[in-house]
Design a protein around this ligand. Sequence first.
Ligand code: K1U
Ligand code: ZN
Length: 164
Amino acid sequence: MAILPILTYPDPVLTQRAEPVEEVTEDLVELSKNMLETMYAAPGIGLAAPQIGVSKRLIVVDIGEEHRHPIVLLNPEITHREGKIVYTEGCLSLPGIVDEVTRAQRVVVKGLDIEGKSEEIDAQELLAVCLQHEIDHLDGILFIDRLSSIKRTYYRRKLRKKQA
Ligand code: K1U
Ligand code: ZN
């Protein structure tokens, strides 16, 4: 297994829509293991393939502290959303930035597991927030895109200055 470098804003891969996974290959299984290791090492509670430069619809999530409940989802789709929650989010691709984001409090997400079997996850609170954050990455959306335009512009400038 390997810890992979995480891309940061304004890398263009982060703002592209990722391509669906067509088949589960050995390389994809290896990639998902490396993504989990990278997420745990960061540390983080989620990671999407575009964050490590792979524009494919693959996410990993584990909100537990003991690294015992990893979720790997291919081609995840939100089929139901309800309620509202405001959560202070961070992003491994936006270092040094945290802010409050409003999202659905409960979501039902369907997708495929790493064996290619259908999976449905009924998630609330932090797991729901994290799944929405990671699925946004697959659509090229960062959490700052969900803030007011004033905040978004401020954070984009801050990140660009940091990069220069
Ligand atoms: O996708 C990412 O950039 C990972 C991100 C996921 C996320 C965080 C907060 C709300 C929604 C989604 C992170 O994991 S940032 C780091 C973080 O939140 C964390 C790190 C260590 C322990 C607990 C949380
Ligand atoms: Zn993120």
